[in-house]
Design a protein. Structure first.
Length: 410
């Protein structure tokens, strides 16, 4: 009898994006002429093409694969030295991280899910609410939770509400938790954490022998000088944090796939009998057993993000998305909505008008402006009363969305 992993049956059927799809189809079926005007500001995917420098590097790497002198087969599972070193040089130079603490992969989504392989049962897991759903579902799959209640909240997880009152950064929990997911700049709220807030989390983690999973996928969008780019800017974080980063959002690698995870050698976990165990060798073992390295041309393309041309081209991409975010912020403010995020992140998080729910606002934006947004409640119950607009779009589309917000929703 082939037993399955029963935990998978606890998962809520993907609700958010299928429900968005269902409502959009119902609307377009009923209003075919309005359908042609539809603009999607919902999904967190980039829209602009890969930087020229990355494409050039990938073309060259493909050509290398075409000659027996330069052909490369299996590469190092942890990633090529040229990429790990470029990452450290460009992003961790003053933060005491070395190239062998950086593990290259084909995505942060996989890394942030797979990391649970090296942690045992019985950990108390804290996640923010609203949250990137991957953190929740991967914990359900591995058996770290009980069943979900009618709101989709899982028994056994500690939910840390994030709202306007706490600037979308959770308060330190009263209870003891072992693993903590933090994502700043945040998806979906676009919020950032201050140095003081991260210091408080690091102090908590050290005191409780907990580990922080710090997702910095949107680091490149930080515009303000005083916002931390890495958890490792905080003293002591090397003993209590893992950082996830990706080329998806800065270099537009969502369809090309390359990311990395930083695990300091100083980071320790604990065995069942309470003795210390370094985390780095566990992840190294896991990664080299279950993963055979990211594609060579892709790693060359990723390294080109750090070339002179690559940096300039990425800066142009970010500038474009962040000017979109500014326009979207202003359009929502102009009709009297409360607006968050969109300053150091490509997401604008908007409060619904008094008495309107997230899905109510979704329907209004669809019906009155033919704009698809993401209802905040889809990211967790603390997201109720908000919606997310993504700045990942063409300028032309964003300007049109702003016009429609002013004309039809004002
Ligand atoms: C987009 C995104 C990532 C990146 O995931 P990849 O698998 O590297 O494309 C990671 N975390 C969050 C919160 C994201 O929104």
């Amino acid at each position: 009898m082939a037993r399955i992993n029963d935990n998978f049956l606890k998962l809520k059927a993907g609700y958010l994006f299928p429900e968005i799809g269902r409502r959009v189809s119902a609307f377009t079926d009923a209003n075919p002429e309005a359908a042609a005007k539809l603009i999607r500001c919902g999904i967190g995917d980039v829209t602009e093409p890969l930087p020229e420098a990355c494409r050039k590097a990938m073309h060259d790497a493909v050509d290398e694969q075409g000659s027996s002198e330069t052909f490369r087969g299996y590469g190092p599972e942890q990633g090529y030295g040229f990429l790990r070193e470029a990452i450290v040089e460009n992003q961790y130079a003053d933060l005491g991280i070395t190239a062998d603490e950086v593990f290259i992969s084909d995505g942060s989504k996989c890394d942030s899910g797979n990391i649970l392989d090296i942690f045992g049962p019985g950990n108390k897991i804290a996640i923010t609410d609203p949250v990137y759903p991957v953190y929740v579902d991967t914990n359900v799959m591995i058996g770290n939770t009980g069943e979900a209640d009618e709101n989709g909240a899982y028994d056994g997880l500690v939910y840390l509400p994030c709202n306007a009152a706490n600037d979308f950064v959770p308060a330190i929990p009263e209870e003891k938790v072992d693993l903590i997911y933090l994502c700043y700049p945040n998806n979906p709220t676009g919020a950032t954490a201050t140095r003081e807030q991260l210091e408080a989390w690091v102090a908590y983690a050290k005191e409780n022998k907990s580990i922080i999973f710090y997702d910095a996928a949107y680091e490149a969008f930080i515009q303000e000088d005083d916002v931390p780019h890495s958890i490792f800017e905080i003293e002591g974080a090397h003993e209590c944090a893992i950082e996830f980063r990706s080329f998806s959002k800065n270099g537009g690698f969502t369809g090309t796939r390359c990311a990395y995870t930083v695990i300091p050698k100083a980071l320790k976990g604990y065995t069942e009998d309470g003795s210390e165990q370094a985390i780095h060798p566990l992840w190294s073992r896991r990664h080299s057993t279950k993963f055979n390295g990211a594609s060579y041309p892709v790693q060359r393309g990723a390294a080109a993000v750090f070339s002179e041309e690559g940096k300039a081209q990425v800066a142009t991409l970010i500038e474009g998305y962040m000017s979109n975010a500014k326009l979207l912020r202003e359009a929502c403010e102009a009709i009297g909505l409360s607006v968050f995020g969109g300053i150091n992140a490509p997401y604008v998080w908007v409060g619904c008008p008094e008495g309107v729910t997230s899905w109510g606002m979704f329907d209004r934006m669809l019906e009155e402006a033919q704009v698809v947004i993401t209802p905040g409640s889809g990211f967790g119950s603390a997201g109720e009363g908000y919606f997310r607009i993504s700045a990942f779009n063409s300028r032309e589309n964003v300007e049109e969305v702003c016009r429609r917000i002013a004309e039809n929703l004002g």
